[in-house]
Design a protein. Structure first.
Lengths: 341, 341
DNA sequence: ACAGCTTGCCAAAGCGCTTTGGAATGGGCG
DNA sequence: CGCCCATTCCAAAGCGCTTTGGCAAGCTGT
């Protein structure tokens, strides 16, 4: 059933049917009611592509996720982020398009999405230091928002980020205040902006506590469970093993926990673990008694908020940029305790 | 830059430019080369919506994920599945559209996607027992493939499923052969088809070993880490605690492991854990020495294969249905050992 | 030299919608 | 009664592409 058929069926012009459905005032309420009833009855929904062609809008938002062709990690926060964003999109009648891309040609994908008119705007994920995608996007003139920030970029843009620096500063302080002096940092890949800031927060708090940072207990990498395990195992074998681990992801923290178990060390007693926690729905840490001491910030909420920011931006592309910084929330869990060395 | 402008720029008709770019033979190779060069130079990509309108195809695949509006779980396999599917789509020039929906109106979303002409086909996730979406989709006439199966459905359809029954049968046998007689089953939600089949495999193997299944050590629910932990803790407190746990997801198995640690029980020594493993990229279990004894099947590979199946189906909707069953692979890990009771 | 191909190109229609620029109807008012 | 303004509707253009049906030029073979 298309517009023509529906209008013929109703004995009304296509114009009027279109207007009735789109809420234009030039249609009497009686006619509108008739039209809407008929549309429902026949299950009519305007053809997306035709509508898009006519309006020049796609009512679709792009998300570009970069995953290597080989076995590289898919960011575990992806699902929860999408769930949050999808909620907002659905409420505003937007569709969500996901494009997978191997690192290299990400800017090119943006260009093509724009040229094809496939999306009205897009969300940029996982910004790196001085990210080259930023100037590309700005120049393209396609509305976009960033999940995170890019240090060193000299363009302004809209973003929502967690204050990673203060989060890691705060949680490091918590560890030092418990008497820990040798604190390992298992960080994400440090070409990613969030990891850089987390490291800075950690380093600053260490310095403030009069402690030296030691590269031998600092690593970066893809935050898998195994990454946490392997690095923790290695560090526990050091002549001077860390008494506390600060970890960038709860998945990774689970790996560290496993390493402690293997060594018969009790988390929170013999060795402490603190972590960043994205509040993943399948790995909750917020029960009555949190497992991990953590800095928490819901990635699902971030998705929902960023989606709204983007829609606002699409509706008014000339509005000043929105730059939001969320403070992560400290929760004390069972995984940290006083240093006993 | 659009077709009209590009053709004007080249001094060639739109027809010829279009044909040159789409690989039709009615164009001399010299002209084609010129056209392609110019298109690249000007960054021309045909407008998706116009192209779709003209061809009647959207070159877009729909994925509908159901997540409750409240805090319900996002399936942790989602990201890896998408990564696999996205790879295939990208290779065939398809876009991927994701729609979030609260359980209720999922069939309605399908109808609307079809009416709007938004997608050329779709992937159905998480089939339930006698799933009501199946007849809806079949009646709609929109090509689709199913990730999993639906017992009790009397329509035929294309699917790719893991042989969950045999997988759980095999792994249960492994546990009984190690002397375990009291084996807990931490299953997924049993309105989901895969969970039903897993249970059947478990029950059959138990029976074959001459063992009674005991509902007090069998649970179902959303497979979060905490679900694994809580249920394991409860069961370990039973007068007759299980000596082995069979778990439906590796995330969940991590929770069980944590429970053992809390009770000072060593996995694989005091209590065994076996699990299903979707080979999630951020939770690998396939290092030199697997942590968990598991039945493995890559969900990423499933995504890639299902995407290909769907594309084939779109290209030839009258072809007979493809029904593929993958056998999960048994891997012996450190988490199982002989029963010592 | 001419019919009959093939080759390489084009003009125009059409996909299903929105939107512009009227046109018809009817009611209020001088 | 006639004029004007709302109200309510419509015909047709246009969005950017693909595709149908055709035309002109260059071959081939007799």
């Amino acid at each position: 059933m298309n517009l023509k058929e529906l209008s013929k069926h109703l004995g009304i012009s296509q114009t009027t049917v279109s207007r009735a459905l789109n809420g234009y005032p030039e249609v009497s309420e009686a006619t509108r009611a008739r039209v809407i009833a008929a549309a429902n009855e026949h299950g009519y929904s305007p053809n997306t592509r035709a509508q898009g062609l006519a309006t020049g809008l796609s009512r679709c938002i792009g998300h570009v996720i970069s995953v290597g062709d080989s076995g590289e990690m898919v960011n575990p926060i992806f699902g929860d982020f999408m769930a949050g964003a999808g909620e907002t999109y659905a409420a505003h009648g937007y569709d969500m398009m996901v494009t997978r891309v191997g690192q290299r040609d990400e800017a090119d994908i943006y260009r093509r999405l724009k040229a094809r008119g496939a999306v009205d705007g897009l969300v940029m994920h996982a910004p790196r230091f001085d990210d080259s995608r930023l100037p590309v996007l700005t120049e393209l003139g396609l509305p976009f928002v960033v999940h995170g920030r890019s240090s060193g970029a000299n363009t302004t843009y809209s973003y929502l980020d967690v204050n990673n620096r203060s989060a890691f500063h705060e949680v490091t302080q918590h560890l030092t205040s418990l008497g820990h002096r040798r604190i390992a940092l298992l960080n994400g890949q440090e070409q990613l902006d969030f990891a850089i800031r987390r490291r800075q927060g950690y380093e600053q708090a260490m310095e403030e506590a009069g402690l030296q940072v030691d590269p031998t207990v600092m690593t970066q990498g893809e935050m898998t469970e195994d990454y946490g395990y392997q690095n923790a195992m290695t560090m526990l074998d050091l002549p001077e093993p860390p008494t506390a681990f600060l970890v960038s992801s709860i998945i990774c923290a689970a790996g560290v926990r496993r390493a402690l178990d293997d060594r018969n060390l009790r988390p929170g007693e013999d060795v402490s673990i603190a972590t960043f926690d994205d509040c993943l729905s399948y790995f909750r840490n917020s029960a009555a008694q949190p497992v991990f001491t953590a800095m928490q910030s819901s990635v699902r909420a971030a998705g929902a908020t960023l989606a709204q920011m983007l829609i606002d931006r699409i509706n008014d592309p000339t509005a000043p940029h929105t730059q939001t910084l969320w403070e992560a929330e400290f929760v004390a869990g069972a995984s940290t305790g006083p240093n006993k060395d």
